[in-house]
Design a protein around this ligand. Sequence first.
Ligand SMILES: Cc1cc2nc3c(=O)[nH]c(=O)nc-3n(C[C@H](O)[C@H](O)[C@H](O)COP(=O)(O)OP(=O)(O)OC[C@H]3O[C@@H](n4cnc5c(N)ncnc54)[C@H](O)[C@@H]3O)c2cc1C
Length: 469
Amino acid sequence: MTRRTLLIGAGAGVLGVILSSCTPEPAPTPTPSRTPTPKPTAGAITPAAFVRSAWTSDPFSRGAASYTPVGTQQSAREALAAPVDDRLFFAGEATDTEAPGTVDAALRSGDRAADDVQRVAGDGERIAVIGAGLAGAAAVSRLVAAGHEVTVFEARDRVGGRVQSVVDEEQWPVPAQLGGWLFASADSEMAAQLTRLDIRSTTLGTPLWRSAEGDVEPVSTEPVQAAITAGQQQPTDVALADALSESGVDLEDPGIVALLAAVAASSGSDADEASTWFPPALPPTELIAPLGDLGAIVDDLLEGAKVSLASPVSRVAYDDAGLSLRIATGESLSFDRVVITVPLGVLQGKGLEFAPALPFAQRGAIAELGMGRIETVWMRFDESPFAATAPEEPAATAPEELDAAVPTVWHVVGGDALIRTWFDLSAETGESVVVGIVGGDAAGEFAELDDQKALEAAIASLAPFLATP
Ligand SMILES: Cc1cc2nc3c(=O)[nH]c(=O)nc-3n(C[C@H](O)[C@H](O)[C@H](O)COP(=O)(O)OP(=O)(O)OC[C@H]3O[C@@H](n4cnc5c(N)ncnc54)[C@H](O)[C@@H]3O)c2cc1C
């Protein structure tokens, strides 16, 4: 049971059907990209479970995570976040300047927008939130706690947005995460949410860099960091790829290619698109990976609000007196203030019309910022097809040190792998589960493949790690 009021949108009349505050949670929606039966096969290696994302073509995200393209100032994000006439309040990861494109950014932006609303909202005002991702949910939580009545309009038939945990115990020993999940610091907003809801996590680290010829030296991020520092001394912003070339880094070097693939897989942007003044984050030495249903965080934050699913907002009309939202079902509803959390890709794709048009500052920011591409694939095998990755046991090594030395992050060096960054969850789950993550142009390419071709590309990418390559 949930205290959140669930409204069913499309086809039922948005405000027509109120399933009261005691409506059971809807059953988890099966992901549409789940492999149909029969499962695709990639030669002799066939996963028992396979699921992949499709954010690049998703009309309600149109990409995965915002990035700062070369030549764009981070102030574009502040411009996007500025309230319009104290009626429209923008949130979402793209409005965050600290770590845009992350789950933390989304949570923080929702809090910030809710504070902005509260500074001007009077008692009894009707407040709407567009989008039930982390940003929208965080805003709701703060507004509801302050005593406001909040209505959420979510385009999809599920909440969570770019956070999507596939909970299916028959297929996955832990929920498969198709969107954002990893973070680097135990101090983060996401860590606080996991602690609050008692969702367990694990640490991924000890990277293993492997080519068709065998293990290779770990590739240091130092030359990339040095190129970024040099780029930041330039009078104008230069693309990360140019800064690397100018610093003498060989962009064709297989190790650098693998490292930059990992950067693209977390930022969504390739080195020729990324700024050095506002650079993408380099891979941290350790990542924290939640092992539970992240939908529980969103559900919890949405408690106390009315949530209307399958209700894409197509138009926001605003003036001195208030605002009106047009829902794709045809209805128009009036509110006093609205928090808009739709992804940058939706704003760029004109998925939401504004009347009057947004001020230049916002439109400029929307046009300037970049929407990156990230896709992910999860595979579980009944029998592990992978060669051992644990180091040989030196006589004097204590068992706990040996555990820490088992690599859980795999980098594919050389060859023409489409997916070069992998996580091995076998130590944590006791089953052969690997997660591939790909960003930038390669993600766009991966997104265009059908399931069979995507599986073949995934298995082919893993060739250096297979027992029989
Ligand atoms: C594959 C992938 C991997 C990622 N990996 C990581 C990671 O490891 N770590 C990390 O920190 N971050 C990661 N991210 C980024 C992270 O997921 C996002 O930054 C974060 O979830 C964004 O939250 P948000 O609330 O800003 O936007 P969203 O979650 O996109 O929420 C916006 C909501 O608005 C809805 N919406 C869109 N249009 C309309 C409309 N017209 N009307 C009504 N509703 C609408 C959407 O359906 C959505 O629910 C990843 C993202 C992807 C896609």
